[in-house]
Design a protein around this ligand. Structure first.
Ligand code: NAP
Length: 255
């Protein structure tokens, strides 16, 4: 059991990558806090799964982009559960628009959830981690942090900010025994990629991936487990690329 006795807050854990990280952590003895925002989503199914291995696990609804909501929720969680040892800053949204047509409202929404939201959670949780002199923080970025794709300039801006959020936080929090790292997923099969339902496009994408398959949430959860466990105790301020070798290619991506 790699995470026995630990408590992890996973943002955006009602589906996709976050839900899989929650399941994986719970099977390793971790109490999991499942954050979500939309009550219509299958958050109760995820909680039911997680509780099979970790009965103290809970769900909590808050919007990571609202700093006051985040602070109040984190304070309440720490009071009820005794602390948070692991934070996975996973929640995020992807919207597409041509750069010249991008609405300011959409630019602000993507930056405030993906970048500011990750900062809000990191700041609130790290204050408690400092007192305990222990913490593992994992930020989920994207290959968009260094590879430009068409029609997603706002998403790319948000994810490249995550890179420096990780590095600055790792530098400032290291003396308190807090590790801060980033996972950089490639193309992973979730609700986000459902937007690209075109079979032909997916086939073309697979051709560009060295390992010849689209990634799964389990692939990302494996990296998260490593970074959350003591196996990565001397690793901080860096990133793990989980892209099946997609970015090894310099070819033009077909979208
Ligand atoms: P997903 O299936 O769309 O899930 C997104 C999650 O984020 C949901 O649980 C959603 O909650 C939550 N969320 C959205 N806005 C929120 C907010 N304001 N406050 C709290 N929670 C919020 O996406 P995914 O593919 O698993 O992506 C997870 C992370 O991986 C994201 O940061 C994404 O950018 C990154 N990523 C994904 C891929 C990929 O190919 N899938 C590739 C690179 C990086 P509700 O269900 O309640 O709406």
């Amino acid at each position: 059991m790699l995470l026995k006795g630990h408590t992890a807050l996973i943002t955006g854990a009602s589906r996709g990558i976050g839900a899989e990280i929650a399941r994986r952590f719970s099977r390793q003895g971790c109490t999991v806090i499942i954050n979500y925002i939309d009550d219509k989503d299958p958050v109760d199914d995820v909680l039911e799964d997680v509780k099979k291995s970790s009965s103290n696990s809970v769900k909590i609804r808050f919007d990571i982009s609202k700093q006051e909501d985040v602070e109040n929720s984190v304070n309440k969680l720490v009071e009820e559960l005794g602390g948070i040892d692991i934070l996975v800053n996973n929640a995020g949204i992807l919207k597409s628009s041509k750069l010249t047509e991008l609405k300011h409202k959409d630019l602000k929404e993507v930056l405030s959830i993906n970048l500011e939201g990750s900062f809000n959670c990191l700041q609130a949780v790290s204050r408690y981690m400092i007192r305990k002199k222990y913490g593992k923080i994992i930020n989920i970025s994207s290959i968009s942090q260094f590879t430009p794709f068409f029609n997603t300039v706002h998403y790319a801006m948000s994810k490249s900010g995550i890179k420096m959020l990780t590095r600055c936080a790792a530098l400032e929090l290291g003396e308190f025994n807090i590790n801060v790292n980033t996972i950089v997923p490639g193309i992973i099969k979730t609700g986000i990629t459902d937007d690209y339902k075109d079979e032909n496009l997916m086939k073309k994408m697979e051709e560009l991936i060295a390992l010849k398959r689209i990634g799964s949430p389990e692939d990302v959860a494996s990296a998260a487990l490593f970074l959350a466990s003591s196996l990565s105790d001397y690793i901080t301020g860096t990133e793990i690329l989980v892209d099946g070798g997609f970015t090894l290619f310099k070819n033009k991506v077909p979208y």
